[in-house]
Design a protein around this ligand. Structure first.
Ligand code: HEM
Length: 594
């Protein structure tokens, strides 16, 4: 209640500031239509927080333009316009500002890349997360069977004799693409038809083992009665996971702070600072060499690049020596990493491009998942009823075991808690695009881009329209959701489909949508489900007494301003110590549980 009152007070203050002329708001858009109004406001207001965009959305609707000197941004909060940009006419939009900001760290990696480089790299990387099957199934059952046959003729994959099985499953349970596909239907398909079970199982044990290390840390804090800062612990947990998953490197950041771990954080912070900086000081030639901050960033980048080069060399040797044949079910048990898969698949790519891709996945899969866990625990701390329901489910499904692949389908409520946390705190809160071709969005004619290289950064007039699709606005819109600000996992029925952009008509976009949708969605869903399940079954979490109020600040993802300080206590019931894998095999072979 207090929060709601504060929120109302804040909104009233903002309206007063707009009324007093501090923000100049123009309503003379390209037409007089209320849906195409123009807003002009001081850009610095939106730099550190996207909340003003929400206030403006409530006033000006699903599409409006902000102008600041020569710069202008079109803010989109309308599901059908978002669908048009992300899916229906995705070819007419690039990553724009994002590619410029992330160039120093991701180069031509999958997130910033556009055009042919993106197409080639996406085709190479998606199978490494064992998802190509999804796309092929989609082609096969819905759209272009001939294309699949073409692929199988090329000897890439043989799908022909699997068609019947797919159709059978389709009759039993209608398939919807992407998330649904993964959790409700594809999982079945993958287990029974394509036997990718090995990879998913390997990832789930990785998530379990890393979370168990975090549990041990929390055990110590709980016994000593010390409060813990959960945001940084989640960041370390997900760094350890993604390092192993992407290039089989153990950062061990939950216990180790020096060297490479510090370098990764230096680079991450720099990427976030650049994304909210009004002037690109890092582009000034002399500044690059004299600024201590930039010198530190360059040293950190060099250390990471050297480490990556070394890991690539080690992995190449492993691949050369191994006798395993590359095929649909390929996975090296010792090293199921994405890097290993890419090298084994004969991915013909320069080492710079490979490094860019690895770096991209390291960053994409690290801060996002950490932020999801942070905000999930924050939300849970305010809803004890949700926590008890969650704990009941976890106790009954997992007992004292490590989670397995089969549990992923059974932990439905845990999954709904994550779905709802992603609705309230989407990571990232804003998707960025720039127009390449002429188009029309709502009542706004969109101009094409006349230059397509990094010079766009300096040529405001020759580049296309910069667009922010606000996931925050879409996910919290009072026009699209009942009780939009309320954390209510029950809004997603347990027997309904897993919510995704398709079945929610683009009002819910936690993993984006269209061809540039996140490739790590299944990975991240399982990762966060495993972490939440293992933590809540073992501990109770409360905001620590005297902890600073939890407020938001934004970079690429939503952070807390001063951390999430929590008091962790051991749960009394049931007595929980996860069974080690060897013990589990022994006890299950005896038909008993520990
Ligand atoms: C793209 C969210 C985890 C790799 C995206 C996009 C979103 C997103 C919204 C679309 C960006 C856009 O359209 O501009 C998330 C969230 C995650 C998560 C919320 C965790 C809960 C991961 C993980 C990986 C990953 C674990 C890697 C293993 C990528 C890549 C792209 C992407 C490579 C770019 C895809 C492309 O442009 O083709 N992610 N992501 N993400 N994500 Fe994730």
């Amino acid at each position: 209640r207090v929060e709601r009152l504060l929120e109302e007070k804040r909104r009233a203050e903002l309206s007063a500031r707009i009324a007093s002329g501090e923000f100049t708001v123009e309503s003379s858009g390209p037409s007089k239509d209320p849906g195409s109004k123009r807003a002009r406001l001081v850009l610095s207001e939106v730099r550190h927080s996207f909340i003003p965009l929400y206030e403006l959305y409530l006033t000006y609707g699903g599409i409006f333009r902000l102008t600041f000197g020569p710069k202008s941004f079109l803010i989109v909060s309308d599901p059908s316009i978002a669908k048009h940009i992300l899916k229906d006419n995705s070819k007419s939009y690039s990553k724009g500002i994002l590619a410029e900001i992330l160039d120093f760290v991701m180069g031509k990696g999958l997130i910033p890349a556009d055009g042919e480089i993106w197409r080639v790299r996406r085709r190479a990387i998606v199978p490494a997360l064992h998802q190509k099957v999804t796309w092929f199934l989609y082609f096969l059952t819905y759209i272009r069977p001939k294309r699949c046959q073409k692929y199988s003729r090329k000897g890439r994959r043989d799908f022909t004799n699997k068609k019947e099985a797919i159709c059978g499953t389709r009759k039993k349970q209608p398939l919807v693409m992407t998330n649904d596909f993964h959790i409700d239907a594809t999982m079945e398909l993958k287990y029974h038809i394509f036997e990718n079970i090995k990879y998913v199982a390997a990832m789930i044990s990785l998530f379990g083992e890393a979370t168990d290390r975090l549990c041990k840390k929390l055990d110590a804090a709980a016994s000593d009665g010390e409060d813990v800062e959960m945001e940084s612990l989640f960041s370390r947990l997900t760094l350890d996971i993604i390092g192993k998953a992407v290039f089989n490197y153990d950062f061990d950041s939950l216990t180790n702070d020096a060297g490479i771990v510090e370098a990764v954080y230096t680079v991450l912070r720099e990427a976030e600072d650049r994304s909210v900086s009004p002037i690109p000081v890092w582009e000034i030639p002399i500044w690059k060499d004299v600024s201590p901050r930039l010198r530190k960033v360059n040293a950190a980048l060099k250390l990471i690049n050297d480490t990556l080069d070394e890991l690539i060399a080690i992995c190449k040797r492993m691949v050369d020596e191994e006798e395993l044949q590359f095929g649909e079910e390929y996975m090296n048990e010792q090293d199921p990493s994405i890097l290993h898969f890419l090298l084994a698949s004969g991915d013909d790519v320069s080492s710079k491009q490979l490094r860019d891709d690895l770096m991209t996945m390291l960053i994409a899969g690290h801060e996002t998942s950490a932020a999801v866990l942070t905000w999930t625990f924050y939300l849970l701390s305010k809803e004890p009823a949700v926590v008890s329901k969650l704990q009941d489910e976890v106790d009954s499904v997992l007992g004292d075991r490590f989670p397995t692949i089969e549990d992923m389908k059974k932990l439905k409520y845990t999954n709904r808690v994550i779905n709802e946390s992603l609705r309230l705190y989407p990571q990232p809160p804003v998707l960025i695009r720039r127009s390449l071709e002429n188009d029309t969005l709502g009542k706004y004619p969109i101009k094409r881009s006349y230059i397509h290289n990094l010079m766009q950064y300096y040529c405001f007039f020759a580049r296309g329209e910069d667009i922010f699709i606000s996931l925050w606005n879409l996910h919290r819109s009072p026009h699209l959701w009942d009780d939009a600000d309320k954390f209510n996992p029950e809004r997603w029925p347990l027997d309904g489909p897993n919510p995704n952009e398709t079945n929610q008509n683009f009002r819910y976009l936690p993993f984006g949508g269209g061809p540039r949708k996140c490739i790590g969605d299944m990975f991240a869903s399982f990762e966060t489900v495993v972490a939440v399940a293992m933590l809540v079954r073992r501990f109770n979490f409360q905001i620590a007494l005297g902890a600073p109020a939890v407020k938001m600040t934004t970079g690429a993802t939503i952070h807390t301003t001063e951390g999430l300080k929590m008091t962790v206590t051991q749960r009394i019931k049931p007595p929980i110590m996860p069974i080690l894998k060897e013990d589990a095999t022994v006890s299950s072979s005896k038909g008993e549980t520990k």
